[in-house]
Design a protein around this ligand. Structure first.
Ligand code: SF4
Ligand code: SF4
Length: 85
């Protein structure tokens, strides 16, 4: 399973909650303003992300998502992960 972490920059209000809760200090607040005039969060150290979903859960604006892509032959792994959740 390959995971992708993404932040919808224009939904983000730059509150910094995700930056605070990330256990791996992956996130920081950007110095570039978004279309709504806020400074959004971004992944400063994406290589450290463990895809724990804490930032997604904490974001009050539902701006962060993690998507998973099953590789061929990984369906059994995906089913097991769903049962545990
Ligand atoms: S998924 Fe977890 S490790 Fe990755 S940025 Fe969010 S809180 Fe940090
Ligand atoms: S918690 Fe959400 S709104 Fe707040 S800085 Fe992070 S992505 Fe932006």
């Amino acid at each position: 399973m390959a995971y992708k972490h993404s932040i919808d920059v224009d939904r983000c209000k730059g509150c910094g909650l995700c930056v605070t809760v990330c256990p791996k200090s992956v996130l920081e607040i950007s110095e570039k303003v978004n279309t709504k005039g806020y400074f959004p969060a971004y992944q400063a150290r994406p290589e450290d992300c463990i895809f724990c979903t804490t930032c997604c859960i904490m974001c009050p604006d539902v701006a962060i998502s993690i998507t998973g892509t099953a590789e061929p032959g990984e369906q059994r792994v995906e089913a097991a992960a769903t049962e545990e959740a």
